[in-house]
Design a protein around this ligand. Structure first.
Ligand SMILES: Nc1ncnc2c1ncn2[C@@H]1O[C@H](COP(=O)(O)OP(=O)(O)OP(=O)(O)O)[C@@H](O)[C@H]1O
Length: 282
């Protein structure tokens, strides 16, 4: 995916995103990190074609957004607040929505559509809940159902808006394991998160955003204390431990935006080489 100089101005004249540029190679999990109101959802809306770019360009596998959407290449896993949970719909019907783009006008599912729904539900371990109303599930289960919808769609790019909010650690680990599988299949995942502590754990790349893209690239390079301070300003709580200790004891910084803090050693995010790979195309 390549975003070049993307600018979004809302109807009221507010420019929520200005001249944003970054690239994400295929087979990548990328974090989108920024404070409330920094433009994360606006960027997602632009990639989904919900808002028009005033300037700039977004390409997915070399295609325009309109072409990529027509080919079902982009899927979106929404924030819980965006969904009307009172709407009476079964879990399996939510997942089937991922197939709509491949159906005719009458939306009559074929055997392949049913098979894709079954496989997607099994993959997120939600098969037993398929006949439940979506509103009757827990927060983590709802997230998994929407992830299954994206899987049923078989898109190449999956946008995940705050997938870990209100999710327990076990479900978070399951979602991360699934994202790693999808990465191995060459897909691109763009994950907006306030969960800074887990970003170096599973995100190959990070995009730091504050009305524009402040920094982007491999997480080990972008997730620095300096960049995080620029991105979050005074919002983050930052504590330095061990500062007074002598040689051999590197200072440890703890930066936190929510309940899961980021631990920085020697001013640099503790990096995990595993998973920090470059992919092929964009
Ligand atoms: N439809 C709209 N019309 C006008 N301004 C908007 C609209 N939607 C968002 N904005 C403004 O654009 C800016 C970016 O909002 P956006 O929703 O993209 O932020 P965000 O980073 O997703 O925030 P959060 O972390 O709270 O979800 C904010 O100042 C917001 O008030």
């Amino acid at each position: 995916m390549a975003v070049t100089g993307a600018t979004v101005t809302y109807r009221n004249g507010h420019t929520a995103l200005r001249d944003a540029s970054f690239r994400i190679p295929t087979g990548t999990i990328a974090a989108l990190v920024g404070v409330n109101g920094s433009g994360k959802s606006t960027l997602f809306k632009a990639i989904m074609g919900f808002v028009r770019l005033a300037k700039g360009d977004i390409r997915v596998l070399g295609l325009t957004i309109r072409q990529a959407l027509r080919q079902n290449l982009i899927a979106y896993v929404p924030q819980a607040e965006e969904v009307d949970w009172n709407f009476p719909v079964l879990v399996e019907d939510v997942v089937m929505m991922g197939r709509y783009g491949r159906m005719g006008l009458m939306r009559i599912p074929k055997a392949a559509d049913h098979a894709a729904v079954d496989a997607a539900l099994a993959r997120v371990d939600m098969g037993a809940f398929r006949k439940r109303q979506i509103g009757e599930l827990s927060g983590g289960q709802k997230k998994r159902v929407f992830l299954a919808r994206a899987l049923a769609q078989d898109s190449r790019v999956i946008l995940l808006d705050e997938p870990f909010t209100g999710v327990d650690v076990k479900t978070e680990e399951r979602i991360i394991a699934l994202l790693r599988e999808l990465r191995a299949e060459g897909r691109v995942m763009l994950v907006s998160t306030h969960n800074l502590g887990s970003v170096p754990e599973f995100c190959d790349r990070t995009i730091l955003i504050k009305g524009t893209v402040l920094a982007h690239g491999p997480t080990a390079d972008t997730f620095t204390q300096e960049n995080l301070q620029k991105t979050f300003g005074g919002v983050l709580r930052h504590v330095v431990l061990n500062e007074a200790h002598g040689a051999g004891q590197a200072p440890v910084g703890v930066i936190t935006d929510d309940e899961r803090p980021l631990i920085l050693r020697e001013g640099r995010a503790a990096r995990r080489e595993a998973g920090m790979r470059e992919g092929g195309g964009e």
